[in-house]
Design a protein around this ligand. Structure first.
Ligand code: SAM
Ligand code: SF4
Length: 458
């Protein structure tokens, strides 16, 4: 059993009103950056006192910066199809929803979408699809990944394709690995069994166990770079983060490595679904900040991903608290980058509609370094290797220099003059403030890009 609900409920009940001293001891423990246990997570989840909350946020901020520095990795989702055989009551792609236009992109259309993303400056995409494929079945997904990797345009190409698709069997996962995906991402949506069965009322996704064991099958097939997540708003968020901890513990115990990323989507309104507009357990902004801060302390070396579902204001706050990857300039309808008007095919409403250039500029204004780095994955630093590198904080020696060189590449090739000027100033300032060894490395990479180099990383 991966999730023990009784244990979670007992832990939550036992940690109801935490004592100040206890909370401060946990925060001191968290500052050691070795993670914190389920009991400690439950105690932090129950903190209400504004001063203690402030301390929690400050601790998360310190841990985030110590491990990740100031970089923020950027990606774009690429929706290839909204065909789906499931009935997830919160999703516009659910089978019985007649309010949206159904579409599976052809390989030519996927190449066209990819070219648009390349021309915006993206290097990483997250390929997304509903759980039903055109005639060629699962091969459609494999072909689509190949199409994205094969597409080149002007200055660039997509260097990493992550995927968010329905659970597969081991053999299919092997094929996915052979297609050279980056991360396989799958959200359990809710770890709470009863809630899960209330909101998944048709199709294969009704099977909770098939879904929760999917990450195990991916690992067994050799995919050591996996992402998990919760769709917040379905069940009590305190329950969900403790369940996430159990899932992570299970993966660490079984495979010696936890997830590479955790995603924290919140339910957004979606056409043809009542549930999405009226979440059974809505997560307020205050609680959402808490979720991010607690996860940062609980699993300090795991990336936290935030999507364009959130508003620019929440996104900005969340960077400081622990988010390390964000999507930008997104469309959630297949073909959405080329066909701007086709919103009736979208999966859910977006909270941030700004184009990539604007997002990049605002990230830089907040003092963060936008990163398009794909270095670890391409140098084979994944799974346990990545964790070994990340754990002593050494990732800063790679991540920050690579962030700066890929940011400079973006500025050279795609930025407006205004964004470029602000960006180059930021790069110089960041290098000036870095540890001398990392600064030398970063300066070398950035200089190579400034003199016309592409795809420079360490
Ligand atoms: N069909 C596959 C699946 O369900 O796992 C993968 C693609 S699905 C489009 C990706 C994710 O979108 C889901 O895992 C779910 O968490 C999220 N999602 C669905 N409806 C949403 C909504 N109304 N608001 C925010 N996220 C939503
Ligand atoms: Fe289909 Fe995934 Fe949407 Fe469920 S969440 S209806 S499986 S696309």
């Amino acid at each position: 059993m991966i999730i023990n609900e009784t244990e979670i409920q007992q832990t939550l009940a036992a940690t109801h009103r935490p004592d100040t001293k206890v909370v401060q001891d946990i925060l001191a423990h968290a500052r050691q950056m070795q993670g914190i246990g389920a009991n400690e997570v439950a105690i932090l989840a129950n903190v209400q006192d504004p001063d203690l909350l402030h301390e929690l946020y400050e601790t998360a901020r310190t841990v985030k910066e110590e491990i990740y520095g100031k970089r923020l990795v950027l990606f774009a989702p690429l929706y290839i199809s909204n065909l789906c055989g499931n009935e997830c009551l919160y999703c516009a792609f659910r089978a019985r929803n007649t309010a949206i236009h159904r579409r599976a992109l052809t390989q030519e259309e996927i190449a066209r979408e990819t070219r648009i993303l390349i021309d915006q400056g993206h290097k990483r995409v997250l390929l997304v699809a509903g759980e039903s494929y055109p005639q060629e079945g699962f091969q459609y997904v494999l072909d689509s990944i190949a199409t994205v990797y094969a597409t080149r345009h002007d200055h660039g190409e997509i260097r990493r394709v992550n995927v968010n698709i329905a659970p597969l069997d081991i053999d299919q996962f092997r094929q996915l690995k052979a297609a050279q995906i980056g991360t396989y991402q799958l959200f359990q949506e809710t770890y709470h069994r009863k809630t899960y069965s209330n909101v998944h009322v048709g199709g294969r996704k009704q099977d909770y166990d098939w879904r929760i064991t999917a990450i195990d099958r991916a690992m067994q097939a050799g995919i050591d770079d996996v992402g998990i997540g919760v769709l917040f708003g379905l069940a009590d968020w305190r329950f969900e983060i403790l369940a996430l901890m159990q899932h992570i513990q299970h993966l660490e115990n079984t495979f010696g490595v936890g997830p590479h990323t955790i995603s924290v989507p919140r339910l957004e309104p979606a056409s043809g679904t009542e549930l999405a507009s009226h979440p059974p357990n809505p997560v307020a902004d205050d609680d959402f900040r808490k979720i991010i801060a607690i996860l940062r302390l609980a699993v300090p070396y795991t990336g936290i991903i935030l999507s364009t579902r959130e508003s620019p204001a929440i996104r900005a706050e969340s960077f400081a608290l622990g988010v390390s990857q964000i999507s930008a300039g997104s469309r959630t309808n297949p073909g959405g980058y080329a066909d701007h008007e086709d919103y009736d095919a979208s999966q859910f409403a977006l909270g941030d509609h700004r184009p990539l250039d604007e997002v990049i500029r605002s990230i830089a204004e907040l003092g963060y370094i936008p990163s398009f780095c794909t270095g670890c994955y391409r140098l084979g630093r994944t799974g346990a290797d990545f964790m070994d590198l990340a754990k002593p904080g050494d990732i800063k020696m790679h991540c920050e220099p690579n962030a700066l060189s890929t940011y400079q590449e973006y500025l050279n090739d795609y930025a407006t003059p205004e964004t470029r000027a602000a960006g180059e100033k930021l790069i110089d300032n960041v290098i000036a403030g870095m540890h001398p060894q990392a600064a030398r490395r970063a300066q070398t990479l950035v200089d190579q890009v400034r003199s016309g180099g592409h795809d420079i990383y360490c």
